[in-house]
Design a protein around this ligand. Structure first.
Ligand code: SF4
Length: 134
């Protein structure tokens, strides 16, 4: 068993913990880092269970595209092209305030900043929010 020090991906607090990894390279648990300056040996329930999604059979491993009412797996190029095409179509027809952008606490500050710039400076809307405000 080895311990790998890392940062919780769930929210901006950035708590620190060790992932417990067995000889088959499987993550089997979490131990909070007592020395971490933010969490100081504590985690919330999401942090304690952070490793469970990694091998979950329900985990999405590729984008899904809705076609004729059902979802099918697709590649990133196809998903991004479809999303960009639809955004352009809606903005051209109804204007930039017809779309909105919703960011995630799982993104870094830099990614959230770029997302805000994309919404305001590129698309031209102030319709941007973040899941932490829900
Ligand atoms: S353990 Fe909880 S509070 Fe800490 S970063 Fe993860 S989700 Fe946020």
């Amino acid at each position: 068993m080895k311990e790998v020090l890392t940062t919780c991906p769930y929210c901006g607090c950035g708590c620190g913990f060790y992932l417990m990894v067995n000889e088959k390279e499987e993550i089997t648990g979490v131990v909070p880092s007592a020395e971490h300056p933010v969490s100081r040996g504590r985690l919330c329930v999401k942090g304690w269970n952070v490793f469970e999604f990694i091998n979950s059979p329900d985990r999405l491993l590729s984008p899904l595209a809705r076609e004729a009412g059902s979802l099918r797996e697709t590649g990133w190029d196809d998903a991004l092209n479809k999303t960009a095409g639809k955004l352009k179509e809606i903005i051209k027809k109804y204007g930039p305030d017809a779309v909105g952008f919703f960011s995630s606490a799982k993104c870094t500050n830099e990614e959230n900043y770029l997302f805000m710039k994309f919404a305001r400076a590129v698309v031209g809307t102030n319709n941007i929010d973040h899941c932490a405000r829900l």
